[in-house]
Design a protein around this ligand. Structure first.
Ligand code: PXP
Length: 246
C-alpha cells in the first residue's frame, strides 16, 4: 500500500495570514504523525509565503517519520537543503505568481541545471524525487539525471471536468507508473488529491507514496489533524490494489 506524506504548508498559510505564531506547522506535523502519517512534506518556497526557515529547521529536528522537502532548483535553496539533509527532496517548478505548484518540472529542458542540483543533493545523502507530468520522455530524463523517484503530477486527473477526461488522465498515470518502474524509479503521486477523488488513484498498482496537503488541512480545520490523517489513511487502505506480485 502507498505511503501517505502529509503536506503541512497550508497550516503555515493560516499563520501567515496574521504573521503571528499560530497555528504552528511543526505542531501540525506532530499531530499528523499521531494520526498515522508515513511522512511529512513541506515546501520551502523562495518567497517564504508559508513555511519559513525556522519551520524547516524545527521539522528536521522533530519529525520522526520520513521528511520530504519540496523545493525549487535555485542555488540558495539547494544550499539550505544540502545543509538540512531531509530524507527526501522533491524538486518542483516554482513561479512567484502561482497559487500552488502548477504542472511538473521540465526535466528535459532544464536537464543541465537539474543535474547539478541532483548531484549536490545526492552527495549530501538525500533521496531525490522529480515532480513531473506523466510523460514518458520526462520520466526517462528523470532517471538519466539521477533521480531515485518521480512524483507524478495528478493535477490533470484532479482537474478533469468529464468522465472521459478523467479516464484519459488515469490512463496517463497508469502508463507513467509503468514507465517509471521500467527505468528503475520509485513512483509517487500528488497534487489536487482529495477525500472525494482519491479512490481511483489509490487503486492504481505501483504508487509508493502520495503527498496530499490542501484537502487534509481543510478537513483538519473541522475534525483535527489526527482524525483528518486517519481518514485519508483509511481511504488509502480500503482502495489499495490487491497486494502481491505486480
Ligand atoms: N506534491 C507536490 C510536489 C506539491 O508541490 C504539492 C503542493 O504543494 C502537493 C504534492 C500537494 O498538493 P495538494 O495541496 O493539492 O494536496
Amino acid at each position: 500500500m502507498a505511503l501517505l506524506g502529509v503536506n503541512i504548508d497550508h497550516v503555515a498559510t493560516v499563520r501567515q495570514a496574521r504573521r503571528t505564531d499560530e497555528p504552528d506547522p511543526v505542531w501540525a506535523a506532530v499531530e499528523a504523525e499521531l494520526g498515522g502519517a508515513d511522512g511529512i512534506t513541506f515546501h520551502l518556497r523562495e518567497d517564504r509565503r508559508h513555511i519559513n526557515d525556522r519551520d524547516a529547521r524545527l521539522l528536521r529536528e522533530t519529525v520522526a517519520v520520513k521528511l520530504n522537502m519540496e523545493m525549487a532548483i535555485a542555488d540558495d535553496i539547494v544550499g539550505i537543503a544540502a545543509g538540512l539533509k531531509p530524507h527526501q527532496c522533491t524538486l518542483v517548478p516554482e513561479r512567484r505568481e502561482e497559487l500552488t505548484t502548477e504542472g511538473g518540472l521540465d526535466v528535459l529542458r532544464l536537464k543541465a541545471r537539474i543535474a547539478k542540483a541532483v548531484t549536490r543533493l545526492r552527495d549530501a545523502g538525500i533521496t531525490l524525487s522529480a515532480f513531473i507530468e506523466p510523460i514518458r520522455e520526462q520520466i526517462e530524463a528523470s532517471a538519466e539525471v539521477g533521480f531515485h523517484a518521480v512524483e507524478l503530477w495528478t493535477g490533470a486527473y484532479a482537474h478533469a471536468k468529464t468522465p472521459p477526461e478523467r479516464k484519459a488522465a488515469l490512463d496517463d498515470l497508469r502508463k507513467g507508473i509503468e514507465t517509471g518502474r521500467r527505468v528503475g524509479l520509485e513512483v509517487h503521486g500528488g497534487h489536487g488529491l482529495t477525500y472525494r477523488n482519491i479512490a481511483p488513484v489509490a487503486a492504481l498498482p505501483g504508487f509508493g507514496e502520495f503527498n496530499i496537503g490542501h484537502s487534509i488541512v481543510s478537513r483538519a480545520v473541522f475534525v483535527g489533524m489526527r482524525e483528518a490523517v486517519r481518514e485519508m489513511k483509511r481511504l488509502l487502505t480500503v482502495h489499495a490494489p490487491p497486494s502481491g506480485p505486480e
